[in-house]
Design a protein around this ligand. Structure first.
Ligand SMILES: N[C@@H](CCC(=O)N[C@@H](CS)C(=O)NCC(=O)O)C(=O)O
Length: 220
């Protein structure tokens, strides 16, 4: 039995849900809310020493870090999302790293300060937003070029790199990162993946889902 720990608002959790859905794996979702501090509970830290979400527990085998989890799931299920060929894997890894380390960090600055800081009563840092947007203006053209030359991020075939970037870009609308609309290949690639069952099983659109959750909480 697979147990997934995390909160629906977390795009790192979405990433693992996309992978589980794509692999047609059944799982129990154990709601673990970092905003409520549930990721700091002693029981949770036993399965995830970093206290971050997501984490998984597969019949007692526990793992954290969304990309490591997705690699494990894909390899364990012999999925073409992470093919056996070493060079193909290396290229997928390179794009996964680029998306997580560069795009994700820049986008995270904007998302945190525009959405999560106000949501949790923390102070927003406008300078951090500015820096994040400046970096995204460098990174989006790289993604656009790659996707104008290839149907998927790591080349001809859909891979874990696509699931990773898709989840990272999901909050663009929520965080009002309007520059994303300037890139037609990136836009087409996102729309194509968002229409697929693995995504639609989670929600129709991440930003819409978060807005609805926030409004429900505020009793609107
Ligand atoms: N590199 C990690 C990032 C995980 C992460 O930052 N999770 C956030 C939610 S998106 C979290 O748990 N934040 C709570 C905290 O840091 O206390 C991954 O890919 O799994």
């Amino acid at each position: 039995m697979i147990k997934l720990y995390g909160l629906g608002l977390s795009f790192n959790v979405s990433k693992v849900r996309y992978c589980l859905n794509h692999l047609n794996l059944q799982y129990e979702w154990v709601q673990t809310n970092p905003i409520a501090g549930e990721n700091r509970a002693e029981e949770y830290l036993k399965l995830c020493p970093t206290g971050k979400v997501p984490a998984i527990d597969i019949d007692g085998f526990t793992l954290f870090e969304s990309n490591a989890i997705n690699r494990y799931l894909a390899v364990a299920n012999n999925s073409p999302l992470y093919p056996q060929d070493n060079k193909k894997r290396a290229v997928i890894d390179a794009w996964m790293d680029y998306a997580s380390i560069h795009v994700g960090q820049a986008l995270g600055r904007v998302l945190f300060n525009r959405v999560f800081a106000p949501m949790t009563g923390q102070k927003s840092d406008e300078e951090s937003v500015r820096v994040g947007l400046e970096f995204l203006d460098k990174y989006f053209p790289v993604l656009e070029k790659q996707l104008s030359q290839n149907p998927y991020l790591a080349g001809r075939d859909m891979s874990l790199a696509d699931l990773n970037l898709l989840a990272i870009l999901d909050p663009c609308e929520l965080a009002q990162i309007k520059t994303i609309d300037q890139y037609p290949s990136l836009k087409k690639w996102r729309a194509g993946l968002k229409a697929q069952p693995f995504y639609q099983k989670c929600y129709k659109d991440y930003s819409q889902f978060v807005m609805e959750a926030m409004n429900a909480k505020a009793g609107k």
